[in-house]
Design a protein around this ligand. Sequence first.
Ligand SMILES: Cc1cc2nc3c(=O)[nH]c(=O)nc-3n(C[C@H](O)[C@H](O)[C@H](O)COP(=O)(O)OP(=O)(O)OC[C@H]3O[C@@H](n4cnc5c(N)ncnc54)[C@H](O)[C@@H]3O)c2cc1C
Ligand code: SF4
Ligand code: SF4
Length: 756
Amino acid sequence: LVCPVEIESEFDERLRKRHAVFRPFPQAVPNKFTISWLGHPPCRSACPAGVNVQGYVALIQAGKYQEALKLEREANPLASVCGRVCNHPCETECARKEVDDPIAIASLKRFIADSGEYPLEPKQPTGPEIVVVGSGPAGLSCAYFLAKRNYRVTIFEAEELIGGLLVLGIPEFRLPRDAIKKDIDYIRSFGVEIKTGVKVGETVTIDELRSKYRAIFIATGAHDEIRLQIEGEDLPGVLPGVSFLKRVNLKEEVRLGRRVAVIGGGNAAIDAARVAKRLESEVTILYRRSRREMPANPWEVEEALNEGVKIEFLVSPVKFLGDDRLTGVECIRMELGEPDASGRRRPIPIPGSEFKIEVDNVIVAISQTPRTDFLGEEFERTRWGTLVVDPETLQTRVEGVFAGGDLVSGPATVIEAVAAGHKAADAIHSYLTGEKVFKKEFPVARPEPERLAKIARKSRAEMPKIPIGERGGFVEVEKGLDEDKAKSEASRCLNCAVCCECLECYKVCEPDAIDHSIQDQILEFDVGAIVVATGYDLYPDQNLIEYGFGTARDVINGLQFERLLSASGPTGGEVRRPSDNKVPKRVVFIQCAGSRDPESHLPYCSKICCMYTAKHAMLYKHRVPDGEPVIFYIDVRTPGKGFEEFYKRATDEGVLYLRGKVSKVFEENGKVIVWGVDTLIGKKVEIEADMVVLATGIIPRPDAQDLAKKFRLTFDENGFYNEAHPKLRPVETLTAGVYLACAIQGPKDIPETVAQ
Ligand SMILES: Cc1cc2nc3c(=O)[nH]c(=O)nc-3n(C[C@H](O)[C@H](O)[C@H](O)COP(=O)(O)OP(=O)(O)OC[C@H]3O[C@@H](n4cnc5c(N)ncnc54)[C@H](O)[C@@H]3O)c2cc1C
Ligand code: SF4
Ligand code: SF4
């Protein structure tokens, strides 16, 4: 099977895996393959660009790296860049964090970008010409998605380097130039032309461009540094942060003194501090709030601290000191007040707490704002200087002119700029052709808590890095995951949405029978009566921790044992234990697991467990003649035709019945230890078993109450549906025309439900 997704099979009670494409069960009618798809996983929903994360992670696990890269590039052409510097909101939302740690998604992205070839897809578009202003992530992304739609795109870039802040702002030790070039070459292969040294507003005006091109996308970023507006800011020795980084990135000679203070708490401040450290200065960041409020990526802050950068929190500069050159900074200490508009607690100066520090340079990196003076008055700006656009289409107030990236959002992130570029490309296509490009909304598919509770913990792959002591110049600090680590990390993914929409199945399905675009349909039927036969659920295993669930690997429930006994089950009908696939020689069955226990679990008797446990124990004995079945019971209830005789046969065939409650089950040296009391002889017992099978209590399905509301049915205190009258109208409900026929009414065995 080509499907890279594997999840635990529901039919086999999670004892084996199945693919997203699967035959639901051997007797299914119709007996066809189907695909389970639950929506978009949290990672994909959290990604501003909607990258199919689950898809490429699944393909990595299957060793299909080129396919994984191709899938990534469908939503993001900057795979190599984003694998290194993306702030990865996908990881923040990853469902795996509920089990242990989120999947290392960014590291996996980098792995596919770095592994082997980085294939180009040469094309020569022939459609209308469009111009993009600015070659940062927003401009590159827009050009790429337009070129894929066959538009001929030219990017005008003011600088000699291509990439915007990727090359001008972010330092090489985080994002090497080769890594950026790979993505740019890929975008160029689609026929995108990039002209450097063309400053729109000077070399050519917007009006000239408008007269020549039917659509323009402006993505000139936010590069103007915001000033602190305090005394001494113009003294030699005070440097604006992004300009400082630009000069270093452009390989200009930049000299700093021994002591450097960096003002700010964002990525630019952290980068400036790490660069200053590499230029051999002693660096202290002054930040006016606490670490929790820092907008910089926490992992970058950690690296800066590891590299010896000091951070003074709750400190703000009041004035820069010096006569003809900077000699120090006067600061004031701050405390945090109520949250402000950004949701972060407002810093408030503490009167009288002023102090001075001696420094040779200060780098001010508090924020940037866009420069829009090359655009006329007809373009509307916000009070922060960003451009106003229609949020749906990114079109400015000027016909045919679209804008996005930091120019519109203010300083943001690479992936947000990529998303804006894609959105603008779709909007420009709609604008030019009238064809609507809809962005569909999908449900967010999160694994259920019961599933999460059964996932074994596995540690997250650590990114290998150059040791701190060896980090000198601008060589990349992070070294990337190797293949084994990447595959092992990818295998931690929970495949939240099940089908990941990688479309590998399309490639092999010869009759073209797969259609991933099918939508849910709501059908209406006229009916005379409704029979509710929605069955039951098992009491959640994770509630039975005293019986070793979740900790002892060879503790299973009765339904799982039933699957082991089945010829179509995971072991072909042989009794084998999950941990090592060995035949268990002593199996302890525990009746009433969760039932008849009003203090801790369910108050009622689940009715079916006495008899099915006797059956399980006997079948086990038949399959493993030298095996020892032991049953712990409170009392044995046999209220059915032939049941008492069946119980008698079990005891005659060598099933050992021990009357008593089990207090604890745990794993030790490959055995499952069962502690209990034999209440007939009044003694404690300890049994070393190879496997434990719990006759788990039964409960109504989780959606039973919703269904009851739909049909206006009533239910009892345990959630089982009420019949109209227990003796006179046992299968009717109080809603005319709605009948009951199954364990939704209360625990029942097969003959009873069939008769009902
Ligand atoms: C130091 C620093 C570190 C950062 N670190 C990260 C990070 O780790 N992760 C992350 O996700 N984001 C990070 N960011 C933010 C990220 O770089 C930006 O959000 C992103 O680059 C914005 O993309 P953009 O295309 O809108 O603009 P930019 O990248 O700024 O590109 C704009 C381009 O337009 C060109 N241009 C400007 N005016 C003209 C003109 N008149 N004519 C022609 N061309 C023009 C510019 O030269 C530039 O090339 C960082 C930013 C900085 C400053
Ligand atoms: S699209 Fe991919 S994950 Fe979904 S069923 Fe097809 S092969 Fe499996
Ligand atoms: S576990 Fe996998 S599919 Fe689920 S959110 Fe994390 S990366 Fe996405």
